[in-house]
Structure formats: C-alpha cells, structure tokens
Design a protein around this ligand. Structure first.
Ligand code: SAM
Length: 216
C-alpha cells in the first residue's frame, strides 16, 4: 500500500495562500504567470478538430486565471472558477475586460445552472492538490460540468507505479489512479493518456488525458 501523509488543504487554506501573497504572484507556489505549456500545445494541436470557436469551456480551480485568459483569447466562452475569493478578485483585477469570466465556486457545491453545461472542462493541477482520499469525489464533481458530449482535459503531475505517495500536496497521480478516478466518474479516455517529462528544471513527470462520458 502506498504511504499517504494526509495534510489536505482546506479551501480556507488556499485562500490564505493567495491573501498572504498580497498580489505578488511570485509568492503563490503554482502561479507562473503563463498558461500551462501542456494546455497551450493541446490547444494548438488537438482543440481545433474537437471544439468549435465559441464553445462553452469551464476551468476548474482557475487560480489567477492564466489558462482561462488564454482560452478567452482563442475565442472560447469561458467560465472559470475557484473556491478562493481572493484568487478570483485578483484574477479579475489582472484583466478587467475579462472579469466576468471569473467566479467564486466550490467544485463540491457547484451552481445547478453549470451542471452538464460545458463542451470542454479543463482541470489543471487541482485534483492533485486536493485530498487523495477524495479523489473519486473530486473527479465526479468535475465530471458533472460536462455536457452529454463534452470532453474533460486533465493535466496533472504524474507518479510511477512503484513510487509511494508521500508528502503532499501535491499528490501526483499514477496513470492507473487517474484512469480509476475518471472511470468511477463515468468517463473514459478518448485516446491513450500521455505521460511525459516536461521542460522544467529538473523535469517533472506529467500526465495529460482527454476523457468523455462512457457510452451506455
Ligand atoms: C494547485 S492550485 C492550481 C491552480 C491553477 N489551476 C494552476 O494550475 O495554476 C489549486 C487551486 O484549486 C483551488 N481549489 C481548492 N479547493 C477547491 C474547491 N473545493 N473548489 C474549487 N477550487 C478549489 C485553489 O484555491 C487553487 O487555486
């Protein structure tokens, strides 16, 4: 059995990280001021054949909104949300013209009007940041946003099968763990999961997966 050191952050803990940063993104551990490179490459290579311009896209746990603003720039109808009111206030300030895209919402208590609404749901580094014991709940909550023919794109830290799970957050996932969590949410991969080392120094193992509702 993998060893888990459970020290999950509450939504208040996340908000405190943003509040203590006092508008200095350098003090938010996961904020690097740019959209995630694995999202950008996917948007360039895959999205045009899958998602029409103007499609409804949700961004889960959007933080300061770099990924959401990239999606707006590309012409999608973006709804980005985060449980941290401070992060959302900050994201709105970064580009006032896009402020309307950003909402305070808890993925476990989503507005009913968002259910089954989105053609594409993007989740980057949030599943791995939340309680690994609740991973299936988290994935199930995210999946509720998907329209019947919608797609979920997950980008997260990866872990080899033989590497124990310790010292989170974050809690990187094995490919099998991501498959199991999405399977429990009624989703299946539309293509093999991509497991790769990124270009950070040192390189970080990442997983990128695209999922849709299982037929039947
Ligand atoms: C590790 S950060 C990743 C932020 C962003 N996706 C990124 O890649 O830069 C996790 C984000 O999830 C948010 N979060 C935590 N719990 C949440 C919840 N229950 N509902 C919505 N967002 C949540 C946090 O406030 C934080 O912004």
């Amino acid at each position: 059995m993998p060893t888990i050191q459970p020290a999950p952050l509450t939504t208040s803990d996340f908000d405190a990280i943003y509040a203590e940063a006092q508008r200095d993104p350098g003090l938010v551990p996961w904020a690097d001021g740019r959209p995630h490179p694995a999202l950008v490459s996917w948007l360039n290579a895959v999205a045009p054949s899958l998602i029409r311009c103007g499609a409804r896209v949700a961004v889960v746990g959007c933080g300061l909104g770099e990924d959401a603003r990239e999606l707006v720039r590309r012409g999608y109808d973006v709804t980005a949300f985060d449980a941290s009111a401070t992060a959302i206030e900050w994201a709105r300030e970064i580009d006032a013209a896009q402020a309307g895209c950003f909402h305070v919402a808890d993925v476990f208590d989503l507005p009913p009007r968002w259910m089954r609404r989105f053609d594409l749901v993007i989740e980057i580094n949030t599943i791995q940041a939340l309680d690994p014991e609740r991973r299936e709940d988290t994935t199930d909550a995210i999946a509720r946003l998907l329209s019947p023919r919608g797609h979920l794109l997950v980008i997260c830290r990866g872990r080899d099968d033989d590497t124990p799970l310790v010292d989170g957050p974050p809690w990187p996932l094995t490919a099998d763990e991501l498959r199991a969590a999405t399977d429990a949410a009624g989703l299946e991969p539309t293509r093999p999961l991509e497991v790769f080392h990124d270009h950070e120094t040192p390189p970080v193992l990442r997983i990128r997966g695209l999922f849709e509702r299982r037929a039947g």
